[in-house]
Design a protein around this ligand. Structure first.
Ligand SMILES: NC(=O)c1ccc[n+]([C@@H]2O[C@H](COP(=O)([O-])OP(=O)(O)OC[C@H]3O[C@@H](n4cnc5c(N)ncnc54)[C@H](O)[C@@H]3O)[C@@H](O)[C@H]2O)c1
Length: 439
């Protein structure tokens, strides 16, 4: 089957590459000429483990191409996936649907024969119906269906998540559209991955409900972590003891500096907004949004304590600025709250991140980018582990402590222990939800 994917970002490119690996003929379209040029020359514009190899394999097999020209891409296509961004609209927290609607209108203008227009972007309930109206208005003669197919992949593990999903969610209105979607996901049907086929509204809601629930789980353990610090409990023990309960599960119970990324912050805001608009407030989600902001600020207070009450004149080495490891994505990363607070307080900030520099340079313009964690720690007053990249999990802490001006560590991902820090010669160690190192 010939499939068009509009948008070659984290979701569109992974979807396009994986669909071509399923054996479909896929054309990926983007408006960004720089991205299309890179893709055509065999380079992946984002960092996603394994994506380059899979992409090249399918390009070489003749199943995957890239273009700026939607007209050319649509020739003979039976389905078009809209995988463009839905960022938070300035001012009101609503998902900005400008890109989705623009793409839908372009599809309507170019399509000639029956086509299924599938929204893969995360969109508020009711959007697929609006897409249908927009397309019908732009091209009244067109024979088409809409479908909702929200994406659940995680950056950093995107290919595995796409190829071996916990489930695929498909919202449709007609059997004809259901058949096209079944054909697209046939390799997953054959391997008996669960496919939830439902109506448009439920499919749209599943995505928001899932993300808000996961964000709630993270926020819950972050609140428990703050309480653990007050009462002398260890949140890692608490998470383990909770997570072993099958009804709870161990995932998303790691205390840390607050959630970030391209999805949870904007999707929780959008769900809260949908609730307000429908006079059915999402009070838990609203609390999660505000607590998460407090969590990030609490991290700044922690660092301030470690710096004896002032950042002024301090040299601080930050390990990791992307919102999580194995991605170059900086959207809404906790580092975007923490680092400006340090700089604003008069600190010199050095940053080490295996993949974050390209995005980070614009977002964190006044920091020094250093490749090596040991070089970054030289003569520093504090090191902060902000993202748990594997590169930071087995540091020679003795070497780091002995090269620092004052050996102090904030381990905001709980990858070391106070005992590790003491044994290495650190004079102060603070983590999240666990007892600090006694002086
Ligand atoms: N990033 C994730 O981990 C993730 C996971 C699940 C769902 N989602 C959802 O998927 C959607 C896309 O997210 P993303 O992170 O891939 O976004 P992104 O910003 O990385 O990519 C979007 C791409 O769409 C292109 N684009 C915009 N309008 C276009 C148009 N009219 N024609 C052609 N190209 C156009 C942009 O140039 C850009 O390359 C969002 O709704 C997001 O919430 C993202």
């Amino acid at each position: 089957m010939r499939i068009v994917v509009i948008g070659t970002g984290y979701v569109g490119l992974v979807s396009g590459v994986c669909f071509s690996d399923f054996g479909h003929d896929v054309v990926c379209v983007d408006k960004d000429a720089r991205k299309i040029d890179m893709l055509r020359s065999g380079k992946v514009p984002i960092f996603e483990p394994g994506l380059d190899r899979l992409m090249i394999r399918n390009v070489e097999a003749g199943r995957l191409t890239f273009t700026l020209d939607l007209d050319e891409a649509m020739e003979g296509a039976e389905a078009v996936f809209i995988a463009v961004g839905t960022p938070t609209r300035r001012g009101d927290g609503h998902a900005d649907l400008t890109y989705v609607m623009a793409a839908a209108e372009e599809v309507a203008q170019k399509a000639k024969d029956y086509i299924v227009i599938v929204t893969k972007s995360t969109v508020p309930v009711g959007t697929n119906r609006k897409v249908r109206e927009v397309v019908a208005a732009a091209n009244p003669a067109l024979d088409f269906d809409v479908a909702s197919n929200p994406e659940f992949l995680r950056e950093g593990a995107a290919i595995d998540d796409f190829m071996k999903p916990d489930r695929v969610v498909v919202g449709v209105e007609t059997d004809r559209a259901a058949k096209v979607m079944a054909e697209i996901y046939r390799p997953l049907y054959l391997r008996e991955f669960p496919i939830v086929t439902t109506d448009l509204e439920s499919a749209e809601m599943i995505k928001y409900a899932a993300n808000a629930f996961l964000a709630t789980k993270i926020t819950f353990i972050n609140e428990i972590a703050a309480l653990c610090e007050k009462v002398g409990a260890d949140v890692k023990e608490v998470s383990k003891g909770m997570g072993l309960d099958n009804r709870i599960g161990k995932n998303f119970l790691h205390a840390g500096p607050g959630f970030g990324g391209s999805c949870f912050p904007k999707d929780t805001k959008a769900l809260a907004r949908i609730g307000q608009e429908n006079a059915s407030p999402m009070r838990i989600t609203e609390a999660v949004i505000s607590i998460n902001e407090q969590v990030k600020r609490r991290m700044v207070d922690k660092l301030l304590d470690l710096c004896d009450g002032t950042f002024n004149g301090k040299v601080i080495a930050i390990m990791g600025v992307t919102f999580k490891p194995n991605t170059d994505d900086m959207r809404d990363a906790p580092s975007l709250t923490v680092v400006p607070a340090l700089l604003g307080g008069g600190a010199t900030v050095r940053v080490v991140d295996p993949q974050g520099r390209h995005e980070g340079e614009q977002l964190l313009p006044r920091v020094d980018w250093i490749e090596d964690p040991y070089a970054a720690s030289q003569e520093a007053d504090l090191i902060v582990i902000l993202t748990e990249w594997n590169e930071f999990r087995a540091l020679d802490l003795g070497r780091i402590a002995s090269s620092m001006k004052t050996p102090r560590m904030a381990d905001l991902r709980n990858i070391y222990t106070a005992e590790d820090a003491r044994a290495a010669g650190f004079k102060a160690y603070s983590s999240v939800g666990r007892p600090d190192m006694e002086g």
